[in-house]
Write a protein that binds this ligand. Structure first.
Ligand SMILES: C[S@@+](CC[C@H](N)C(=O)[O-])C[C@H]1O[C@@H](n2cnc3c(N)ncnc32)[C@H](O)[C@@H]1O
Length: 334
C-alpha cells in the first residue's frame, strides 16, 4: 500500500513548540485534558476551543491523531488512484489545517489550499502558525464560514476530517451534498472510529452513490454496507507521541492508537477503481496460516489462508488491518 509518514511535518512541530514557549506546561495539560473530555463526550469544537491556548493544546495532543488517520486515508486513496494529482484542495472544518498539512505531504503538487472553518480561535492560530514558518499553511487561503456553504468553486480534492461528526443530524445530508458539489475529483471524509460515526458515513455513502459517485475506499463495492450492528467498520493507525505530547497528556506510552472511520468517493472522470477486498480487522494468527476478516464484493467473509499454499500466502502474510486485496489475492471460496 501507499504509506505516508504518520508524523506531522517538522515545520508544524517546530512552530507549535515556538508558540508554546511562553506558556505554562501545567495549564496546557489542564486544557488538553478538558478538550479531550469534551471531544470524547461528542462535544463540539465551539465548546472545546475558545482561544489560542486551547488551539495549541489541540495541536499538541489531538492533531497528531487526526493527522495520522487522515494521511492513512490519503494513502488508501493514492493506492486506488495512483494517477491522482490534485492541484486545488478544500479543507472543510479544517481546524488548524490538519488535512491540508497531510495532503501537502501526500501530494506535493497541490498549489492552492482553502481552509474553511467557523472557529475563529482555530483560524487565528493557523494564521499564527503560518507566520512561524508552516509552509503548507503560509500558502493557504483561510475562510471563516460554514461547511454548508463552501466557496462556489470546484476543487480536485475535498476533505472533511473529524468535522462531519460535529454536524447536526438534520444538516448532515446538506453537508454531504455541499462537499460533493465542490468536488471535481476525490472527496474524503475521515471520522472518529465509533459506531455512530460509521452509521453516519454509511448514510453519506448511500447519498453519494445516488448522486453518481464512485466509492474507492474502504468499500470494495457499491452495494449496501453488509456490516450489521453491533459490528461497525473502522480502522486503526498507530502514531508516535513526542515528548511534549506525552507531558501534556501525562502519559508514558511512546505511542497511541487512533481508531477512525473513513470514506473516499470520486467523480467518474477520475482514473481509479476500488480494491477487490479489504481487511476489516487485525488478522488472526493460526498455527497453519492466517484467518482474515474481509469485506468482499460478495459480502463479509472470514477467509483462512494456509501457509502451505506458498503462492497465495506470500503476499497475504504482509496484509494488515485496513489493507486492500487485489483480485488475484482474494480467496475463491472463503
Ligand atoms: C474536531 S475539529 C477537526 C479539525 C481538523 N479537521 C482536524 O482533523 O484536526 C472539527 C472542526 O470542524 C469545525 N466545524 C464544525 N462544524 C462546522 C460548520 N458547520 N462549519 C464550519 N466548520 C465547522 C470546527 O470548528 C472544528 O474546527
Amino acid at each position: 500500500m501507499t504509506r505516508f509518514s504518520t508524523t506531522p511535518p517538522a515545520d508544524l512541530t517546530a512552530a507549535v513548540a515556538r508558540l508554546l514557549e511562553e506558556r505554562s506546561r501545567r495549564e496546557l495539560a489542564e486544557r488538553a485534558a478538558r478538550i479531550s473530555a469534551i471531544y470524547r463526550a461528542q462535544g463540539r469544537t465551539a465548546d472545546a476551543i475558545a482561544d489560542e491556548a486551547d488551539a495549541l493544546a489541540y495541536a499538541l495532543t489531538r492533531l497528531p491523531a487526526t493527522y495520522a488517520a487522515t494521511i492513512d486515508a490519503f494513502g488508501r486513496l493514492a493506492e486506488q488512484a495512483p494517477q491522482f494529482c490534485p492541484r486545488r484542495m478544500l479543507d472543510l472544518g479544517a481546524g488548524l489545517g490538519t488535512a491540508s498539512l497531510a495532503a501537502a505531504e501526500a501530494w506535493p503538487e497541490i498549489e492552492a489550499v482553502t481552509l474553511l472553518d467557523r472557529s475563529r480561535a482555530f483560524l487565528d492560530t493557523a494564521r499564527r502558525l503560518a507566520g512561524c514558518g508552516v509552509g503548507a499553511l503560509a500558502r493557504a487561503r483561510l475562510v471563516e464560514g460554514d461547511v454548508l456553504a463552501p466557496p462556489a468553486e470546484r476543487f480536485d480534492l475535498v476533505v472533511a476530517s473529524y468535522a462531519l461528526t460535529e454536524i447536526a443530524e438534520a444538516s448532515l445530508a446538506a453537508a454531504v451534498d455541499a462537499a460533493w458539489a465542490a468536488c471535481d475529483g476525490a472527496l474524503v471524509f475521515v471520522e472518529p472510529g465509533t459506531p455512530r460515526d460509521h452509521g453516519r458515513l454509511m448514510a453519506a455513502r448511500a447519498r453519494l452513490i445516488a448522486a453518481g459517485a464512485r466509492i474507492l475506499a474502504p468499500c470494495p463495492h457499491h452495494a449496501p454496507c453488509p456490516i450489521a450492528p453491533p459490528d461497525w467498520c473502522h480502522f486503526c493507525v498507530r502514531l508516535a507521541r513526542s515528548r511534549d505530547h506525552k507531558l501534556a497528556k501525562g502519559a508514558d506510552a511512546p505511542f497511541e492508537d487512533e481508531k477512525f472511520a473513513y470514506l473516499v468517493a470520486a467523480r467518474e472522470s477520475l482514473d481509479a477503481a476500488p480494491a477487490a477486498a479489504r481487511v476489516l480487522a487485525r488478522p488472526a494468527i493460526l498455527k497453519h496460516g492466517l484467518r482474515i476478516k474481509l469485506c468482499m464484493r460478495a459480502g463479509i467473509a472470514e477467509a483462512t489462508f494456509e501457509k502451505r499454499d506458498k503462492r497465495t500466502f506470500g503476499p497475504i502474510k504482509k496484509k494488515a488491518w485496513g489493507d486492500a486485496l487485489a483480485l488475484e489475492e482474494t480467496p475463491a471460496k472463503p
